[in-house]
Design a protein around this ligand. Structure first.
Ligand code: AVI
Length: 322
């Protein structure tokens, strides 16, 4: 659907409530129970995530910002002139500005995000700041394939900007499939600029997902609240607790919501039983090494061209080409 109310037209492919219900029912019927993390990001969830990014313990955003600010010019050189820049999970597009400022004659910027409200307001703001760049927002679940919008000027090539280490929220086979999908979207001559969170001291990582203000706990629990609101659920939020622990073997943080008691929960006409201590897994956040990620990317024909890290080597931004 094309929404022409705003300054920029928005291609709307947001998942429907029916899809949300199907995914939630399938996840709660599986063993162990799980819920897809992409549903964290309704309007409230997106606001909570913005707050997470400002937390003292959540080093990821700060580290990536520092890298992009310091090396934006080198990154822009790598990407090249006349690009259509496509951002996956654009949110508030805060990181993009540093890059857009340095790119040589960018033709269009395509922010892709699952949260329609957030996307529309961000796109309208960007059109005011960058009148010379065509802003073509797409509201979509970027894990599903979609076509690029057509810009007024023909770009020389496309490049995907995928910051925030969101790739870490996919299991390695899914991450490989995502990279393959990006390769198909951009085609030969295209590129990928991607942020990854690096392996490091476990205490630093665990603190980032167990912040002292409890914002990550609220973010995690908002998923149950969203199910209550949108799918006629009756989760008692006081009967579930936030948990985030690092699993060494898989090199990932595992987020879950743990049932404090034996209880039953209904969603529309469906009933689910929980035992005391039973988790619902809501998110995995994989941590990589640069070499390990390059090996994964090579499996889909992507070659690592350059990488940048912050001073403490906590986070890395990689440029890969097809
Ligand atoms: C979006 N993603 C990279 C975040 C992460 O760190 O895995 C989501 C998040 N979950 C809890 N805090 C942040």
């Amino acid at each position: 659907m094309l929404n022409s109310d705003s300054a920029t037209s928005l291609l709307d492919l947001e998942p429907t409530t029916k899809q949300f219900l199907e995914d939630v029912l399938a996840g709660l019927r599986s063993s162990p129970k799980r819920l897809p993390c992409k549903y964290f990001y309704d309007e409230r969830g997106s606001q909570l995530f913005d707050q997470i990014c400002l937390l003292e313990e959540y080093y990821l955003t700060r580290s990536e910002d520092q890298i992009i600010k310091e090396f934006a010019e080198e990154m822009a050189d790598q990407i090249g002139p006349g690009v259509m820049l496509v951002e996956y999970g654009s949110g508030s597009s805060t990181k993009t500005r540093a890059l857009l400022d340095k790119l040589d004659d960018p033709v269009a910027y395509v922010p892709v995000d699952i949260s329609r409200e957030h996307l529309a307001s961000t796109a309208a703001q960007l059109s005011r700041v960058y009148p010379q760049i065509e802003i073509l927002p797409v509201c979509a679940d970027f894990t599903e394939s979609f076509s690029l919008p057509v810009s007024r000027r023909v770009p020389t090539h496309s490049a995907v900007f995928f910051p925030g280490s969101t790739i870490g929220n996919f299991e390695p086979p899914e991450a490989r499939a995502m990279l393959e999908q990006i390769a198909d979207l951009c085609g030969r001559g295209g590129g990928l600029l991607i942020g990854i969170d690096l392996q490091k001291d476990v205490s630093v990582i665990e603190a980032a997902y167990n912040d002292s203000l409890g914002v990550t706990a609220d973010f995690n629990k908002n998923l149950l609240d969203r199910i209550n609101r949108d799918l006629a659920g009756n989760f008692d939020l006081d009967q579930f607790g936030h948990r985030a622990v690092y699993a060494d073997l898989e090199d990932r943080v595992e987020l879950s919501l743990v049932s404090y008691s034996e209880q039953s929960v209904s969603i529309a006409d469906h009933l689910f039983q929980f035992t005391e201590g039973e988790p619902i897994f809501t998110e995995h956040s994989h941590k990589y090494t640069i070499d390990g990620f390059a090996v994964l990317a090579a499996q889909v024909g992507l070659t690592l061209r350059k990488s940048w890290t912050d001073k403490e080597s906590r986070f890395a931004v990689l440029h890969l080409a097809f």
